[in-house]
Design a protein around this ligand. Structure first.
Ligand SMILES: [Zn+2]
Ligand SMILES: [Zn+2]
Length: 142
């Protein structure tokens, strides 16, 4: 097991949300944590399949959904029509994505902290603002 502390925290989060820790969920979790980049459900499926050829795509997809609901992974639309998954621990940043040339700039998490504060103060709304993708035009394309 590659990241014992991270795995333990993830297992605790799953249990807190009422999900059991099954061997399949454990191995999908491990695969998610082994990936440093964002990963799609397809990409994760390919990775997990190498070690566990009998796993189905729907198992991987459903597991990703419950990892998202338990606050273990982020699910972000970074363009291209596919969700990208990223462990919450590694997702303290945002992406500025140019729709003209496709350039992606990484911005610090604090970028949206004033919005988050305002949502809390004005609307009493506790927004989860980890790992956002903001689409628009870069300096060269505008
Ligand atoms: Zn990211
Ligand atoms: Zn551009």
């Amino acid at each position: 097991m590659s990241h014992p502390a991270t795995m333990q925290r993830a297992a605790a989060a799953l249990q807190k949300h009422g999900y059991r820790i099954t061997p399949q969920r454990t191995m999908i979790l491990e695969a998610v944590f082994e990936t440093d980049a964002h990963i799609t459900a397809d990409g994760l499926f390919e990775q997990v399949k190498k070690r566990y050829p009998h796993i189905s795509f729907s198992t991987v997809y459903r597991t990703l959904e419950l990892l998202r609901d338990s606050g273990i992974v982020t699910q972000t639309d970074l363009g291209g029509g596919r969700w990208q998954y990223h462990p919450v621990d590694k997702a303290h940043h945002h992406h500025l994505i140019c729709q003209g040339c496709g350039t992606v700039v990484t911005a610090p998490e604090e970028l949206l902290s004033s919005v988050q504060r305002e949502l809390s103060e004005e609307y009493g709304f506790d927004a989860i603002m980890t790992h956002y993708a903001i689409f628009g035009r870069c300096r060269n394309c505008r």
